[in-house]
Ligand binder design. Structure first.
Ligand code: GLP
Length: 272
């Protein structure tokens, strides 16, 4: 696992945006062979999306040959509700770049048959050749997508009931009114994320520090579902300083030393 620590949230976002974009460039996507990417919502990836939009508007990058699969969506929230993940993604990324609409995939939490939606999503990911790179964030309880504590570490896309902690954390987007937060979501599984050829997780802010400690220094546990990444061959976690606050000084120094010695100069096959 490669751990990259930058001082601020903005720098973490910039590094991650550039890192992923270099991967896309190296892949050389075409219409016949697009780059398939998993994407999250949340405040953590926002600096990445802002940087990509900036670079797209500057004519530096194009998403024409990128296919996206979003991680999750609330159940029974209208797509045009400002807090739906559909609205979030269009508002913060898709409305501002040239990714063709038919290349964008987001789970439909309003469908009559939610189980079918989940099954079809997995099938579509497979049919598109699998996910090349999954970008993710985590919740304060270490969940990835909506894989709450106790989720199976080999889970696939499914309907999930949200934990009290997550409903509380997400109530900040619903006027701090917990009763307005949907209690269920559709989410890719931990296994779905693990199948991606590379996983990049951005974690910023002090409120994630405990989860960061569990994920990096703790063992693999279904109580901190993102810890499953310890078993991934190509996992990168990018952190800002506040997110490292619960790590041992020794761990922080260890990962910083590695980056100083080799950092971005490392060839792909040894960079995790
Ligand atoms: C939600 C999403 C996660 C996201 C998390 C953290 O729970 N389902 O995918 O990682 O929020 O969001 P934020 O980055 O705003 O802390």
């Amino acid at each position: 696992m490669r751990i990259v620590i930058k001082e601020t949230k903005k720098e973490t976002g910039k590094w991650t945006a550039d890192y992923i974009w270099k991967k896309i460039e190296a892949f050389g996507p075409t219409a016949e062979r697009p780059f398939v990417m998993g994407l999250p919502t949340g405040s953590s990836p926002l600096p990445i999306y802002q940087e990509w939009v900036r670079r797209y508007k500057a004519g530096e990058i194009s998403f024409k040959n990128v296919v996206t699969f979003n991680m999750d969506e609330y159940v029974k929230i209208p797509e045009d509700h400002p807090e739906s993940y559909h609205a979030f993604m269009y508002e913060n990324l898709f409305n501002h770049i040239d990714c063709p609409k038919e290349n964008i995939n987001i789970l439909d939490g309003n469908a009559a048959d939610l189980e079918k939606v989940c099954k079809d999503y997995e099938a579509k990911i497979l049919a598109s050749g699998g996910i090349e790179l999954f970008l993710g964030g985590i919740g304060p309880d270490g969940h990835i997508a909506f894989n709450e504590p106790g989720s199976s570490l080999v889970s696939r896309t499914r309907v999930k009931t949200l934990s009290y902690d997550t409903i509380l954390a997400n109530s900040r987007f619903f006027n701090n009114d917990m009763s307005k937060v949907p209690t269920q979501a559709l989410t890719v599984g931990v296994g779905t994320v693990m199948d991606a050829r590379e996983v990049v997780i951005i974690i910023t802010g002090f409120n994630k520090a405990r989860a960061v400690r569990e994920v990096i220094e703790g063992g693999i546990s279904h109580m901190w579902t993102v810890s499953m990444l310890q078993l991934h061959e190509h996992a990168v976690i990018s952190l800002d300083e506040p997110a490292t606050m619960e790590l041992q000084v020794e761990s922080v120094k260890y990962f910083k030393d590695i980056e100083d010695i080799a950092g971005d100069k490392m060839p792909n096959h040894i960079d995790e």
